[in-house]
Design a protein around this ligand. Structure first.
Ligand SMILES: [Fe+2]
Length: 297
């Protein structure tokens, strides 16, 4: 049975064919194999988390009370989240255009994938799956400062969308919007997805969800000699291209979640001063769908 396996789920195909972006989690459709895949992923990540994850993430995992042996139900996740930070995980059928994604964060809603990767190829991810979203991202949403950081991404995106409309020609609006989206996507990537954080005097730990859901890159990001690790600096991050299909060559280290929040406030000032209007070219590419989502917000 296909169940809710990434790229092979008829339920998702159906939703996409109708243009339904926000959907529900048809829990009964998960196959036994889907639940077993979750259990295997969880079991092998747990000792890695204990060694390399930041304490906030571990507290989130404990407070969420996820059952290790089966895919979590979004209602259960949300009842825990709601009490602590008001955040909510909402099921989506696939890619959410950039502005809509950030605006959902502003409303304390996290667009959440419900399919799970194929258990036969545990480390191959053709697209994000529910282990990345529910085990990698959601536990972080139990922390109030981190939740405020996500909301602030949404607020900056809203300001960017409003501001870009004040530019004269449509060509200039599109150029500036593309630059603003690139800057925001890069910041999200190097913090929320692949961020490292200082832990005590001499240690670092991971808070980025791309790391926390990756069996091999989590340890690599902290201990391997090869990657570069630098203190988080937004002027650099907005101009730094990234690629998604291999281990990162570069990680940025935040001092704390409060530090991250303050640096996002700095990004807001940079946006309003026009410093995000002409960031360096290169990855990530900004699609017309992402661009239109900002211009017609
Ligand atoms: Fe992610």
């Amino acid at each position: 049975m296909a169940g809710l396996t990434t790229t092979k789920a008829p339920f998702i195909e159906e939703a996409r064919s109708h243009g339904d972006m926000f959907i529900h989690q048809p829990y009964e459709l998960y196959s036994d194999e889907n639940h077993q895949t979750w259990a295997r992923l969880y079991e092998r990540m747990l000792p890695q988390w204990q060694r390399f994850a930041n304490p906030t993430f571990m507290a989130g995992i404990e407070n969420l009370m996820l059952e290790p042996g089966r895919v979590p139900r979004l209602e259960e996740i949300n009842s825990q989240l709601h009490m602590l930070t008001g955040f909510k995980a909402e099921a989506v059928s696939g890619h959410v255009p950039a502005y809509i994604f950030f605006d959902k964060l502003r409303q304390r809603i996290f667009p959440t994938t419900i399919t799970i990767r194929d258990g036969a190829v545990l480390d191959y991810l053709p697209e994000p799956d529910c282990f990345h979203d529910m085990a990698g991202h959601v536990p972080m949403h139990m922390n109030s400062v981190f939740a405020d950081v996500l909301v602030h991404f949404g607020e900056i995106a809203k300001q960017a969308a409003e501001r870009v409309k004040t530019f004269g020609s449509i060509e200039e609006q599109r150029r500036v919007a593309a630059s603003n989206i690139k800057a925001l996507a890069r910041i999200f990537w190097f913090t929320i997805e692949f961020g490292l954080m200082r832990k005590g005097e001499n240690e670092i730990c991971a808070y980025g969800s791309g790391l926390l859901s990756s069996f091999s890159e989590l340890e690599y990001s902290i201990y391997h000699k090869r990657p570069q690790r630098y203190p988080l600096q937004m002027e650099w991050v907005i101009n730094q291209y990234f690629e998604i299909d291999h281990f990162q060559p570069l990680y940025f280290i935040a001092e704390s979640f409060e530090d991250l929040y303050e640096k996002l406030q700095q990004v807001e000032r940079m946006l309003l001063d026009g410093q995000l209007d002409d960031v360096s070219l290169g990855e990530p590419a900004v699609s017309d769908i992402d661009l239109d989502s900002f211009l017609y917000a």
